[in-house]
Unconditional design. Structure first.
Length: 113
């Protein structure tokens, strides 16, 4: 078995996919799953937030992310497709279902504070 030296998805796509699967994921865990440094994960999350693909909300001491899957992919070959196309194909559900509602998370954070 050979080790992969390239892949079909970018690290930005991998980060979005991990967040779609776990909107409360910690940067440390995100970096480990993607195989990048925590600093690189933070830069990618910042890129995605600045471009509007992610919304970051502080809940207690943790961040919770909501993906805006309706936004188009960036490359000219895919610019007519929304981000949700990839996330739905790889997770089996749209990003808005994966992101969930923050109400329950906020209530849990307030109870534990």
């Amino acid at each position: 078995m050979t080790t992969a030296t390239w892949g079909f998805l970018t690290n930005h796509a991998h980060v979005a996919l991990c967040i779609a699967r776990d909107p409360g994921i910690r940067l440390r865990d995100l970096a480990t799953k993607v195989g990048i440094t925590e600093r690189a994960a933070q830069r990618i999350v910042t890129d995605l937030v600045h471009e509007g693909y992610l919304e970051r909300t502080r809940v207690g001491r943790r961040n919770h992310y909501r993906i805006h899957g309706h936004l188009p992919l960036r490359h000219p070959l895919e610019h007519k497709l929304p981000l949700d196309t990839i996330l739905r194909a790889l997770t089996g559900r749209p990003a808005d279902e994966a992101g969930g509602d923050l109400t329950g998370i906020r209530a849990r954070a307030q109870r534990s504070a």
